[in-house]
Design a protein around this ligand. Structure first.
Ligand code: P6P
Length: 340
């Protein structure tokens, strides 16, 4: 398999082109443009402490969150790269209130994909040098080619994604993505600016011993989640489990995918619908988790089955090793859904 691991992302995309049904190379070009944008963002993230780019941009985004300068830079970089290469017909971003229509040169746009992104997830970690990530989700448009995109093209259930992935800007920079044929991870060699296949066919361990949740919100959790956390902490069988919570969704899910574990962000009194956004955080992570053999739910139903109603809607999220997610859902099922 050593030879396999020396493969570059570019070679991998070409070799697996045939897996992108209907695609005439557009999806490959789309993944390639994300690869380029990730390198540009990585360069800024890696030197954030050295230039005046740390700290708040003085703006507040549509989520009401203070925008960090790197958030703004990452958002602009991905939008510019995807627009300039004329590969998509529309973009939705956590940092943009409305979706962006990409006009082709002739005023029309024959491209068939839309992208939804969280340009820099976990950005509150930037100033303290903890890993952050970019999350992307790709759909085929549902409205006629050549016409302007509509909200309908973005409000699709996660099970209709054609590709999804994340970039993790950590001790090394990686792209991890799926096109519905398994999950593969590529590590950037910064000296060459090339990504190499370092984690072929990533698989979520069926069970695990790590639970990731912000226990500071415990008193506000649904009773089912409180019961599950106490189950994880109980001295019994292979428990207590280990608690690991970075405060960066990409980093926590990435670690759990390699070691086994569960990530939970339930609804709380502060976030009655949950904190994480369905379209550009939970759906892409759920697609990756399921493609790697794990499960992702809102406590009652599969994340990928949720029919979106609004661009920035939130959802409770439980994702990771299948056995652990099933146990958490068991406890949630002991209570009526309103109290679950
Ligand atoms: P809290 C980052 O803002 C994020 O969306 C996820 O990356 C992270 O897991 C979560 O929120 C952290 O939220 O409320 O625990 O700080």
């Amino acid at each position: 398999m050593a030879v396999q691991k020396n493969k570059t992302l570019g070679e991998f995309i070409i070799e697996n082109q045939s897996e992108f049904q209907y695609s005439s190379g557009e999806l490959s070009r789309l993944i390639n443009s994300i690869r380029l944008a990730a390198k540009v963002v990585n360069h800024e993230v890696n030197k954030a402490g050295l230039v005046d780019i740390i700290g708040q941009a003085g703006e507040v985004n549509v989520q009401g969150e203070d925008q960090q300068k790197l958030d703004v830079f990452a958002n602009e970089t991905f939008i510019k790269t995807l627009t300039n290469r004329e590969i998509v017909c529309g973009i939705a971003s956590e940092e943009e209130e409305d979706f962006i229509t990409i006009q082709g040169r002739n005023g029309q746009n024959e491209n068939k994909y839309v992208v939804l992104i969280d340009p820099l997830d976990g950005s509150s970690n930037i100033d303290v040098n903890v890993s952050v990530g970019t999350i992307f989700s790709i759909y085929r448009r549902v409205t006629p080619a050549g016409t302007p995109v509509t909200l309908e093209d973005f409000l699709q259930p996660g099970k209709r994604q054609v590709a999804a992935g994340y970039i993790i800007y950590g001790t090394s920079t990686m792209i991890v993505y799926t096109t519905g044929h398994g999950v593969n991870g590529f590590t950037l060699n910064p000296a060459l600016g090339t990504y190499y296949l370092s984690h072929p066919n990533m698989c979520f361990p069926k069970d695990g011993k790590i639970y990731s949740v912000n226990e500071g919100n415990y008193v506000h959790f649904p009773q089912g989640i409180k019961d599950y956390i106490k189950y994880c902490q109980k001295e019994e069988d292979d428990r207590p489990y280990t608690s690991r919570y970075i405060g960066s969704l990409v980093s926590d899910v990435h670690r759990n995918m390699i070691k086994g574990g569960i990530y939970i962000y339930p609804n709380t009194s502060k976030d009655p619908k949950g904190k994480l956004r369905l379209l550009y955080e939970c759906n892409p992570m759920a697609f990756l988790i399921e493609q790697a053999g794990g499960q992702a739910s809102d406590g009652y139903r599969r994340i990928l089955d949720i029919e979106p109603k609004t661009l920035h809607q939130r959802t409770p999220f439980i994702g990771g090793s299948a056995t652990m997610v099933e146990k958490a859902e068991y406890f949630m099922g002991l209570y009526p859904q309103s109290e679950g």
